[in-house]
Design a protein around this ligand. Structure first.
Ligand code: ZN
Length: 159
């Protein structure tokens, strides 16, 4: 156990930015995508995958330099990693800590998987709205066609 904890500590500290901890193991890259950060070279991101965790067994950690996540982004993280915790870092010190969480309704982050849904119409697409049915793991239902979007379907959209 102590050896694993040490390897966790070796991950470079950041001066300013956001640390996303307790990400479901092997989902860190999904999180980068959901946050619109697929090109890690344009922004300084450190990824630690499959680190051992007392709380959740195995986890991923993301450190994003010079960027502080906002509430909308925290909700997005919860769609993939509902147990994630967020630390905002300024001058090497954590100044705020949040647990991610889904609101009752989410808008536009994901797509309805029903191709005939009004939100998927080519000409006049309507902004998708989903009711959150379950948060751990996340399951949502389309407000328009009532299609249930399961965890795997949500994850697939960010692979
Ligand atoms: Zn729908």
């Amino acid at each position: 156990m102590s050896k694993d904890n040490k390897s966790e500590l070796k991950i470079k500290a950041i001066e300013n930015g956001t640390v996303i901890d307790h990400i479901t193991a092997n989902k860190a890259l999904h999180i980068l995508k959901i946050l619109g950060l697929p090109n890690a070279d344009t922004i300084n991101v450190t990824v630690a995958m499959n680190v051992s965790s007392k709380e959740i067994g195995r986890k991923d950690i993301l450190k994003i330099e010079n960027r502080e996540l906002d509430v909308k982004e925290l909700n997005q993280v919860a769609l993939i990693a509902p147990k994630a915790t967020i630390n905002i870092i300024r001058n090497f010190e954590p100044v705020a800590k949040y647990k991610v969480g889904l609101p009752d309704k989410i808008k536009s982050i994901i797509k309805c998987t029903n191709p005939k849904c009004i939100t998927n119409y080519e000409n006049e697409p309507i902004t998708p709205i989903f009711k959150v049915i379950q948060t751990h793991p996340p399951v949502v239902r389309c407000h328009y066609c009532e299609k249930l979007i399961k965890t795997e379907d949500i994850e697939k959209q960010f692979e």
